[in-house]
Design a protein around this ligand. Structure first.
Ligand SMILES: NC(=O)C1=CN([C@@H]2O[C@H](COP(=O)(O)OP(=O)(O)OC[C@H]3O[C@@H](n4cnc5c(N)ncnc54)[C@H](O)[C@@H]3O)[C@@H](O)[C@H]2O)C=CC1
Ligand code: BAL
Length: 545
């Protein structure tokens, strides 16, 4: 058994207990072949919270350093050819056979064949999912505090939005569990019929990021369990704590052993092993486009498992002259500042029609200034620090590049002193389409504001990106709203609002923002395999042909 640890929470004077092992077959266990650890850091204080068992099969420290460094300096030329890059590449290649992933996949396979899959009724799956939702609701405050400690986001936001929506997500899919039905298809009125079964796809590898550790867990786990799949979950190495805590609730809710397994691991080890595993039937991923591409490649090179990818974005918002500028400025601020900009749909490019440019900008700066970025346990905080030193350095390198490339920084852009990975709202104007701050996903509170004259020009600027996740438009002209929402190349378009998602509305990307859909009834397609059964109840075969 791997022992739980206690984390002292200075702000409340209480302690939180967190399991630290790999969660396999409803038990927290050590790695089969290593004592290596993932160190979890509080981004508000830079202090280590605790360490959890990692999933290594190779010398871990070097891989960990390599992996982090690789992520942080991916775009930096000096990385290429360095000794660290060479070592990281070798170690990443070697990590494909992670033994703990093998053990977890075997547990998930066994559960799928015995206690779960087609061996459990939809009603029972629904009951267990509802029970899990109740437990999550009961523990919402504790989970929110843990999420805040590990990720940085404000406790109240984690509790009321991330966890509130996650509880609702579990209940939404609990409702579907006994309603997953196929079709009856008449192929011949007298002698033959066909029907379809929507079978659970099998063992699912689920690889989630650090920006919404609990919510991305719920988006993945809820539809998979509703459909009868079993799971090997790999949380981000930056934020594994709440996935481990939720694993305790899996046991308490009464799920059979092996239905949900949790392997805290490095992406280059556990994530790569899951994506290339020959006995994983599907991999669901949320994260960067760079990693999504690797996952698709690994799936193609192994067993052609089903893949769904929810990737990055560089989402635009268009502000037209008829818009309610007061409201539009609030939505634009929310779009870039929610979760301190660490959001796949962050509205990181705003384009304003020339006639209202100055008036809008003034309001936008006022709204951005009004948001307090602070400690997650401070009730006044509307946003927290960014998740890690890696992310902090990446964001600052973009802010510097914006300045160097000639954009005008009209808000923020100055580092704070003291501890914590805090980045204040930063707005650039006078931007050009080929600037890095306009093209790349920054994943921080950094906004580029440009201008356009005509609707056609606005649409062209908005669509000038390899991404296609979200887009927003603000206008009081209904015909324009309809025209522009159709023209915007994105999986989600918000009209006179931004960034609101609902469990019953599908979510996903176009272009290089991903494939597949999460949420809504569409997500069920990701976790089921359609079988057509042809039935002959009367035709005699006229033979030979
Ligand atoms: N679309 C989104 O929601 C997210 C986008 N990002 C973007 O990615 C950038 C870098 O952040 P990262 O943490 O490095 O994202 P990432 O895409 O590398 O990490 C996301 C998940 O993928 C795993 N992973 C990493 N390499 C893998 C591999 N080879 N095979 C399988 N799984 C792997 C990680 O362990 C983590 O669980 C961010 O600055 C942001 O721009 C990051 C997180 C979420
Ligand atoms: N806000 C949707 C999920 C994500 O950012 O990853």
């Amino acid at each position: 058994m791997a022992s739980p640890v206690e984390i002292s929470v200075a702000a409340t004077g209480k302690k939180l207990t967190v399991p630290t092992g790999l969660f396999i077959n409803n038990e927290f266990v050590p790695s089969v072949d290593s004592q290596e650890k993932i160190h979890c850091v509080n981004p508000a204080t830079e202090e280590t919270l605790c360490s959890v068992v990692a999933d290594p099969t190779e010398p871990r420290t070097a891989t960990f350093v390599g992996s982090r460094a690789l992520n942080s300096v991916r775009m930096r030329a000096e990385w290429a050819g360095s000794e660290l890059a060479r070592r990281a590449a070798i170690l990443a290649r070697r990590s494909g056979s992670a033994k703990d992933i093998d053990v977890a996949v075997a547990a998930a396979r066994k559960a799928f064949a015995t206690t779960w899959g087609k061996n459990v009724t939809g009603l029972e799956r629904s009951r267990l999912l509802n029970k899990l939702a109740d437990l999550m609701e009961r523990d919402a405050q504790q989970l929110a505090e843990l999420e805040s400690l590990n990720n940085g986001k404000p406790v109240k936001i984690a509790r009321d939005f991330d966890i509130g929506d996650s509880v609702a997500c579990l209940r939404y899919y609990a409702g579907f569990a006994d309603k997953i039905v196929g079709q009856t298809i008449e192929v011949d009125n007298k002698t033959k019929v066909a029907f379809t079964r929507h079978d659970p796809i099998g063992v699912c590898g689920q690889i989630i990021p650090w920006n919404y550790p609990i919510q991305m867990w719920a988006w993945k786990v809820a539809p998979a369990l509703a459909c009868g799949c079993t799971i090997v979950m790999k949380p981000s190495e930056f934020t594994p704590l709440t996935a481990l805590k939720l694993s305790e609730l899996i046991v308490e809710a009464g799920f059979p052993p092996g239905v949900v397994n949790t392997i805290p691991s490095l992406g280059s080890v556990g994530g790569a092993a899951l994506s290339s595993h020959m006995d994983v039937d599907k991999v669901a991923f949320t994260g960067s486009t760079v990693t999504g591409r690797k996952i698709m490649e690994a799936a193609a090179k192994s067993n052609i498992k089903k893949v769904s990818l929810e990737l990055g974005g560089k989402s635009p918002q268009l502000i037209f002259e008829s818009a309610d500028l007061e409201e539009a400025s609030k939505w634009a601020a929310l779009g870039i500042l929610y979760n301190t900009g660490q959001d796949c749909t962050a509205g990181s490019r705003v384009y304003v029609q020339e006639s209202v440019y100055d008036a809008f900008l003034e309001k936008l700066v006022e709204k951005a200034n009004a948001l307090t970025i602070g400690h997650g346990f401070d009730e006044k905080s509307g946003g927290g620090p960014v998740v890690s030193k890696v992310q902090y350095d990446k964001i600052w390198s973009y802010i510097e590049s914006g300045k160097q490339e000639g954009a005008k920084c009209i808000l923020g852009g100055e580092k704070r002193s003291g501890k914590g990975y805090f980045v204040d709202p930063t707005i650039f104007t006078d931007v050009k389409p080929d600037m890095k701050i306009v093209k790349d996903e920054i994943f921080g509170p950094v906004l580029s504001v440009g201008r356009f004259k005509t609707e056609e020009e606005g649409i062209k600027l908005a669509n000038d990106t390899s991404y296609g996740l979200g887009a927003g438009l603000h206008s009081n002209d209904a015909s324009q709203c309809m025209r522009v929402s159709q023209a915007l190349e994105a999986g989600t378009v918000w009209v006179n609002q931004y960034n609101l998602l609902y469990n019953n509305v599908p979510f996903g990307g176009k272009k290089q923002s991903g494939i597949g859909r999460e949420l809504g009834s569409y997500a069920l397609e990701e976790y089921t395999s359609v079988k057509a059964i042809h039935w002959n109840y009367g035709e005699k075969l006229d033979w030979p042909l």
